[in-house]
Design a binder for this molecule. Sequence first.
Ligand SMILES: [Cu+2]
Length: 652
Amino acid sequence: MLTVLLCTIFLSDTVTTEKVQSLDEVVIVSETGRGRKRSVKGQVASIDEHLSELKNVSLVRRGSYAWEPVVNNMQTERLSTTIDGMKIFYACTDKMDPVTSYVESGNLQSISLNSGLDGNPQATGNIGGSLDLKLRKVGFDNDPFHTSLSVGHEWNGHLQVYGADAALSSHRTYLNVGAFYRHADNYKVGGGEELQFSQFQKVNVFTNAGLRLAKKDMLEATLIFDRATDVGYPALNMDVAKAEGLITSLSYKHLFPKASWETKVYYNHITHEMDDTKRPDVAIHMDMPGDSWTAGIYSLLMTALKQHDLSLNYDLYYNRLFADMTMYPGGAAPMYMVTWPDVGTLNTGVALTDNISIFRNQSLRLSAKVAWQHQKLNNEEGYHALKVFFPGMTDAYHQTTARFAANYQFSILNSQFSIGTGWGSRAPTVTEAYGYYLNNTFDQYDYIGNPSLKNESAVELNGTAKFSTLNSQLSIEGNVFLFSNYIIGHFETRLSPMTVDAEGVKVYGNISHATIANVSLSWNWQITEHLQWNKKVSYSSGRDADGDPLPLISPISWQSEWIYQYQRFQAQATIKGNARQSNYGEKYGETAAKAWTIMNLSAQYQFKVQSSKFIVRAGVENLFDKQYATYADWNHIPQKGRNIYLNLTLTL
Ligand SMILES: [Cu+2]
């Protein structure tokens, strides 16, 4: 298949020098980075707030910390998240710790999103999209010394943020170091009521270093240590005592005249410990720790040949996931069970991407990846417990997955068009294949994995059209994903639940087909030199094989913002909301989210004192103190009420 693709790529022989625009959507995290999208809170914003700036992203919220990114209305299992190309997997059976929670804004330069099947080279299983968190690296031959300090305070929940980082750079070496701290108490929902168990605390330290070995050879190393403690999850029955991530990498880069070649080895370890000891009225106390270890390597060759921008990537990783649970029924002996049976996954793949400039106004982007994986259940007890339900199962499985995507862009006059298509598959996740009595508080069912699941696959079709006039731009974007063997929980009435209040048991299964479609319309209008008005509305639909709505699909959402800019001052007013969720996944235990509208105000001012640059940002979120919950707020936990914030960043 790859050879076929290679042939088609090299057959094209038209000439142009213009670079093809990347399809990535990028949000800038660092204060020094340049780009259009960034949070109104600057780099003091949390990773989750940075993520929410991306067009196709929404976030599932189980508390005020560690939100789960959703891209094109697909959650973690249909996305790929990498940190500078490194694979990393969460360690919580209840999805309390999406991997984006193990980094801090201070660690990152930017976050880039590839929508749909056109993933970044290291991405696998990305039907909905792939996120790559780009680490902050000052690089060689930059300013010799650079430092920045950030402090922020938010009145609702007394959120405090402190960050400091420094960078050294020379021709031979560079070094980044930084530390970040966040602390929040319970927040107040609209109307003033305090939401219990919505507190959190987190520390993060990181370093990046580079060493030039020879003119064209360099080494780079990264270390991130991140620890969140006392994290409350108001939407769940349990909190987190500790969630800890250690992320390390070492890479070697060689530059050729028209190419670069990077090889990186990495290792990361995540420890996750849940805690219900602070909750009142717990029927049965439980200990639920989880661990995730990942070691991997990738080697990426990037080159520009005539009108081609090519990248070829080989990657391999080994991940181990283990989780267990001990229940302490009062007066009886503790009960122990394995919830993730120490699953070892060895995955290896080859990816090829080509951006081809056809004429000055046309381009074609092709990407493909084939991956093979082997899984072994290393825990005997967990394996035998699952085998009771699936007598035919074995302790080892292997899967082959692939993705192909093609996108054609062209522009005429003041209009730009693109159409794209792709096909891709993903292997079931460890939860879907081997999870054991995992309670899902969304529908109150205990879930059991199914080792005989087929790979899920989807065909994607997408298109965009942008029309520009002198001072306004209108764009329409849409995509549709046609799934085969869509993986979702199926009712299993023959089994009884383990969790005290659970409604019943579901076992993961494939449904023959499902559809998810998204369309959005946006209009940006530069009214005067200083004033801009941006509007956006989007509609999504998700249907299963019977035509019934899938759960967690966004209702109609809209946003209108006014941005005023005068010299170094900027102010912004935003009104946003969702329509009532009329198509909700009733069959899957979802209840409808109500309509809501809120207003946010923000302002920022930049000034210089000698060589120091200051940025002051202030604002108010949910100005009218509305009580509301979005469709993605787990169990409809209310969002923050009125919240005033102030933050300061100083760059030397
Ligand atoms: Cu957890």
